[in-house]
Design a protein around this ligand. Structure first.
Ligand code: GLN
Length: 534
């Protein structure tokens, strides 16, 4: 088994996660089995309790792990399924070490960062990569961060213990900024960041340089000399033009995969990149265009609805269509003036969310889509919103609500399940991970999936209240997907509407560029039809 460790230098937000994902994609294309994982140096056990302002999206895996959004990139770019072992935080490491200390496992000893914490990190490396040819590990944060030190030290030890470069490769992703005033690219920050790595005892094998301008031979040679890598190991990573899915092709042009395979002594010849070329062609030269409004309360954040935005793009790829995403602040939809922005849309999507803020506007969005026969896709909270809107404005239950937004509602059409009522702890206590869903014949959902039973990922506390099911179905809000084991409603849809679907799960966690999630593909196709008919 071979290992690649990816560190970041100079600044955060370099797109290390995407780079790791693209390297994984390139190696997978060469026939290798690959797994990508992330080490996050913060002290939270997982990101599940962090706000989107702090962390962006929380990405959920089949096994119910709440993880960093980079795992979403890993799953979208490669075929490997990830598990909770693939997102390790300092919180998890310290929790383990302290549990062991209390149990007496270290009896008589002083428990220290080196070796106890670093040993724990190393033991997780092998465990997480079992059965694959190459395990790629991305280290969150930037070299020089205090909290990242135990991880980097553990990698150094791991590299030495596992036989050097033919088994363990260190890739450093760094920034080469362009200074307009000087009219040139600056290599000093990268030199200093590599110096910091060397201080810890790590000599990077490959430098990946994030840059807005082409590096040119001179800059490449300078970086190579100061950072002690051959010129061929200085890789340019320019900002992508149209889409993140150009990245594997860009890095291949720089011969990155060839170099990785050569360094690690892998017998994995180059293969055609047709499927990536096809995805990029469809993104660059789409035949059609639709505008989809995403109605949320974190629309100003790049990362809060990451997988949703990606999945819409995938739905577009499947339909040879450019999806223009209009980010709409739900709090602005409560006035007639504010709702004018809905008129230009070909479809509305209401993503997941927590808490009452912004729900009024989301309910307006669902109502607008229902009444105007505009395609509507509600994800998790977006489904609950559609149910509440229907109860209020079609069933006439004016104060129908979810107790999450109004504890005293007389009509809790969405409610807390019995087992959730006893939960007091906030971390990892929702309905999480993969659940089966049986689809009802002759429904939008069943026709989209073309399967009878599907598995989807969940992350929520509240559920559709079955006491209202009959009344809702009688008036046209049909249940089209159920979890039979727990008797839970998983999908609802409007009968008298071209495409109005609410799902209690998060389909956005299972969509890929070459294999759009069926519901996203079907939603975009409905939006196209809507556009053609108006
Ligand atoms: N807040 C809702 C619940 O807990 C929806 C959660 C979500 O959208 N992920 O049920």
């Amino acid at each position: 088994m071979k290992y690649i460790f990816i560190t970041g230098g100079v600044v955060s937000s370099l797109g290390k996660g995407l780079t790791a994902a693209a390297i994984g994609a390139l190696l997978e294309l060469r026939g290798l089995t690959v797994r990508i994982q992330k080490f996050d140096p913060y002290l939270n056990v997982d990101p599940g309790t962090m706000s989107p302002f702090q962390h962006g999206e929380v990405y959920v895996l089949d096994d119910g792990a709440e993880t960093d959004l980079d795992l979403g990139h890993y799953e979208r770019f490669t075929s490997g399924q990830l598990s909770r072992l693939n997102n390790l935080t300092s919180g998890q490491i310290y929790e383990r070490v302290i549990t062991k200390e209390r149990r007496g496992d270290y009896l008589g000893k002083t428990v220290q960062v080196i070796p106890h914490v670093t040993n724990e990190i190393k033991s997780r490396i092998d465990e997480a990569g079992e059965g694959v040819d190459v395990l790629i590990t991305e280290i969150g944060g930037t070299i020089g961060d205090i909290e990242g030190l135990p991880f980097v030290e553990a990698l150094r030890q791991f590299g030495t213990e596992n036989g050097g470069r033919e088994n363990v490769l260190f890739i450093h992703v760094t920034l080469v900024p362009y200074l307009a005033a000087a009219g040139e690219l600056k290599t000093k920050p990268s030199q200093q960041s590599v110096a910091k790595l060397r201080e810890i005892g790590i000599q990077p094998d490959i430098l990946i340089c994030r840059t807005e301008e082409s590096l040119g031979d001179e800059v490449r040679e300078k970086l190579a000399m100061f950072c002690s890598v051959p010129v061929k190991a200085v890789i340019e990573e320019r900002d992508v033009e149209t889409s993140i899915y150009e990245l594997p092709l860009m890095l291949q042009k720089e011969n990155l995969d060839e170099l990785v395979v050569e360094y690690l002594g892998l017998d994995a010849p180059k293969k055609p990149m047709d499927k990536w070329h096809d995805v990029v062609r469809r993104l660059k030269y789409p035949a059609h265009k639709v505008t989809i409004g995403v109605v949320g309360k974190y629309i100003e954040l790049q990362d809060a609805y990451k997988s949703v935005y990606e999945s819409l793009t995938h739905g577009g790829i499947a339909n040879d269509t450019k999806v223009v995403i209009e980010r709409i602040d739900s709090e602005e939809l409560t006035t007639e003036e504010g709702r004018k922005c809905l008129e230009k849309l070909d479809g509305i999507l209401v993503p997941g969310g927590f808490g009452d803020r912004g729900t009024k506007g989301k309910i307006w969005a669902a109502r607008y889509a229902r009444e105007n026969k505009l395609p509507y896709f509600g994800l998790c909270m977006g489904m609950q919103i559609a149910v509440i809107e229907f109860a209020r404005n079609v069933l006439g239950l004016g104060d129908a609500n979810s107790p999450e937004f109004d504890e005293k509602t007389p009509h809790p059409v969405v409610h807390l399940m019995e087992e959730q009522k006893e939960v007091t702890q906030k971390g990892a206590s929702m309905r999480l991970g993969a659940y089966q869903c049986n689809l009802v014949d002759d429904t939008t959902a069943r026709n989209a999936y073309k399967e009878e039973v599907v598995s989807e990922r969940h992350r929520h506390r509240y559920e559709f209240n079955n006491s209202y099911r009959e009344a809702m179905e009688a008036k046209g809000l049909k249940v089209s997907g159920v979890n039979q084991k727990h008797n839970l409603v998983e999908i609802v849809e409007l009968e008298d509407h071209p495409w109005f679907v609410g799902v209690q799960f998060h389909p956005e966690f299972k969509s890929k560029p070459f294999k759009a999630h069926p519901l996203f593909a079907s939603f975009i196709s409905a939006a196209l039809e809507k556009k053609a008919n108006t």
